[in-house]
Write a protein that binds this ligand. Structure first.
Ligand code: ZN
Length: 133
């Protein structure tokens, strides 16, 4: 679901409306199913602001970042301090490529980049699984 701030061309107050997707909104708007709650006009445009993140999943930006990162790492394997070695082995074809994450020193990360091995820093520090209770 996606929420948009909408406004009619008569300039009433902006209002929120939920849609399954951006395409769904376009479709409903074209069919004049979206109406201004104040004047019933179907001449609706998105209000000039970015779509808002639904309040329920809101919260602190760091929490959202953490949720994003855990989603990112869902299919990723923790390789701990073997990260640089593992990334290298995958790059050279010694082992099957897979998504992994782990520790790398700045020096190791630089060397991987120099060798053309794509690595990306994670937005937040990861707690190694063996340190989770
Ligand atoms: Zn209106």
């Amino acid at each position: 679901m996606i929420v948009f701030d909408l406004q009619c061309d008569a300039g009433c107050e902006t209002f929120e409306a939920w849609f399954r997707s951006s395409a769904d909104y376009e479709e409903q708007r074209r069919a004049e199913l979206v109406q201004c709650p104040y004047c019933r006009s179907a001449a609706i445009e998105k209000a000039p602001m970015a779509p808002r993140v639904p309040r329920k999943t809101g919260g602190h930006p760091l929490e959202r970042l953490a949720a994003m990162q855990s989603e990112l790492l869902k299919n990723s394997r923790w390789v701990g301090d073997d990260f640089a070695e593992t990334a290298r082995a995958m790059h050279s074809g010694e082992i099957q490529p897979a998504q992994v994450h782990g520790n790398a020193s700045l020096e190791q990360a630089k060397q991987l980049a120099d060798d053309g091995i794509p690595v990306a820093p994670l937005p937040l520090p990861v707690t190694p699984p063996n340190q989770l209770n």
